[in-house]
Structures are given as structure tokens and as C-alpha cells.
Design a protein. Structure first.
Length: 116
């Protein structure tokens, strides 16, 4: 079955500093919504990877990242979705710099809008 145009939601109810496989194979990121309940900024890192095991947090550079301020929401959509060819893996952290990987002080609630 193909959705054609539009996007399919992917909900991550407790994203933290563990790599999570969202989807294998070609997928596009059409948009996101992030809620950060923590008392420090938090970031969602996106990796073009076929499996969560392919991502070594603190070592593997992310392909894209979005952030949210303290106790706040962030959201966005793309006119031209970001393409991931191998698959999409996500993880949360308190810094966007690869080497500074530390878990956020609260799990992140994230909804991703995925396309084909």
C-alpha cells in the first residue's frame, strides 16, 4: 500500500539517549513535533542508518538535528522533505555537538511526519 502524497505519523513517547530505529529503507522526514518537559534544552538527532546498532552515540555524526528550549515545544515542516536512504534512526541528547553526547534531563515526546 502506498500513501502517495502526505505523510504518516511516527510517535516516540519517551525518546532519550538510546538510538531508536524509526524505519528501514528509503524514508523522508516531512516534519516533526517535539515536547521537552526538562529544565534544559534538548535536541533530537537524526541519522541516516539502516539499524540502531549502526549509530554509536557520541561518535557517529548526525545528519540533522532539531532542538527545543526548556519546558517548551518545537515543530516544523519541510517544503522539500529530508531524504534518508538507508533508514532513519533517532536519539535525544542535551547538545547538538556529536562529542558532547549526554542524555537530556527529561524524556522527549516526539511525533515525526514521515513520507516515502
Amino acid at each position: 500500500m502506498s500513501r502517495g502524497t502526505g505523510s504518516a505519523p511516527n510517535f516516540q513517547s519517551a525518546l532519550t539517549d538510546t538510538a531508536v530505529l524509526v524505519k528501514t529503507g528509503k524514508v523522508s522526514l516531512c516534519g516533526w513535533f517535539q515536547y521537552n518537559a526538562g529544565n534544559a534544552a534538548a535536541y533530537i538527532r537524526f541519522f541516516d542508518a539502516a539499524a540502531a546498532a549502526d549509530v554509536a552515540l557520541g561518535t557517529t555524526a548526525c545528519d540533522y538535528a532539531v532542538g527545543s528550549a526548556t519546558v517548551n515545544f518545537s515543530q516544523g515542516t519541510f517544503c522539500r522533505p529530508l531524504q534518508f536512504t538507508k533508514g532513519m534512526v533517532v536519539a535525544a541528547c542535551n547538545d547538538v555537538v556529536t562529542a558532547n553526547h549526554v542524555a537530556p534531563n527529561a524524556t522527549q515526546i516526539v511525533t515525526l511526519a514521515l513520507g516515502e
